[in-house]
Design a protein around this ligand. Structure first.
Ligand code: COA
Length: 262
């Protein structure tokens, strides 16, 4: 039986599973609980020998609005100890690692938008199918923090340093077509066909012999990770604490929050 989560839903149909981000009223924002549940779900999937493909998607009108900003503010309180905040700063990285290292093949089924951490969740998946009209952005710098959750090595390995700097430093929006041109998504399909296309790909992959499929995933990931071999994921907690003490970064957080609150 699938585990029960508060922010996620898991459904299984033979060798294919659907992992749905299930906080539609908050646009599936990735709270600390959600990040921990995603990592726990990834570990649970690794114990399920019958599940070959996992489709990751969002309930409601969008994939996800990224890191939960309210959570982010709560976690930035001075009352938390250094070690608590350091640990808190590594939860996103652990989630991205857990999803990226899953034994099953993962397909991101993306519609609406995938912002910041949600964009990185999409990048943690092996295949990415997005609906027409989907947009992306990486707003962390505007939010006064550096991109974390392992996003820098992941982006550099997929699109190179030049475009990584552009997207991360400008924080500008980019659409599905640009994402596909950059090699970040496999396919753009009409929204009405999104689910059908993901199911078709999942069935196609599930029908293939599991061992060479899994070996291919591991080999590609190992080579891609080579480029970020010097990256120390656990340092992200320290980076976040440092910037949260910087007056200019603090002012940026306040200004950003004001800009998105009506
Ligand atoms: N964290 C927590 N709550 C969020 C959220 C986030 N990242 N993004 C949206 N929400 C909440 C809103 O506060 C709102 O809650 P309310 O109904 O209680 O007021 C609800 O989700 C709907 O959001 P809303 O802004 O009304 O939807 P929209 O369609 O007008 O705008 C966005 C959508 C994504 C453009 C806008 O919500 C936004 O910019 N969100 C922040 C995205 C972000 O910066 N994420 C951080 C990534 S590091």
């Amino acid at each position: 039986m699938s585990p029960e989560f508060t922010t996620l839903k898991i459904e299984e149909k033979e060798s294919i599973a659907y992992l749905t981000l299930n906080r539609p009223k908050r646009l599936n924002a990735l709270s600390s609980t959600c990040l921990q549940e995603l990592a726990a779900a990834a570990h649970w999937f690794n114990q399920q020998k019958n599940i070959k493909v996992v489709v990751i998607r969002g309930a409601g009108r969008t994939f996800s609005a990224g890191a939960d900003i309210q959570d982010f503010q709560n976690n930035a309180t001075e009352s938390a100890s250094w070690i608590e905040r350091r640990n808190q700063g590594q939860i996103g990285f652990r989630m991205a690692e857990a999803i990226g290292n899953m034994n099953a093949i993962t397909i991101a089924q993306v519609h609406g938008f995938a912002i910041g951490g949600a964009f990185l969740l999409m990048l943690a998946c092996d295949f990415r199918i997005v609906a027409e009209g989907t947009f992306f952005s990486i707003p962390e710098v505007d939010l006064g923090i550096p991109l974390s959750w392992g996003g820098i090595p992941k982006l550099v390995s997929e699109i190179g340093p030049l475009k990584t700097k552009e997207l991360v430093m400008t924080c500008r929006r980019f659409d599905a077509v640009e994402a596909k041109d950059l090699g970040l998504v496999n396919q753009i399909v009409p929204l009405d066909n999104l689910e059908k296309e993901c199911v078709a790909l999942a069935n196609n992959l599930a029908a293939k012999p599991a061992v060479p499929i899994q070996m291919t995933k591991e080999q590609v990931n190992a080579v891609a990770k080579h480029i970020g071999a010097a990256y120390v994921g656990s340092a992200e907690g320290d980076m976040l604490q440092t910037v949260l003490k910087d007056p200019e970064s603090k002012a940026a957080v306040m200004a950003y929050m004001k800009s998105i609150t009506k």
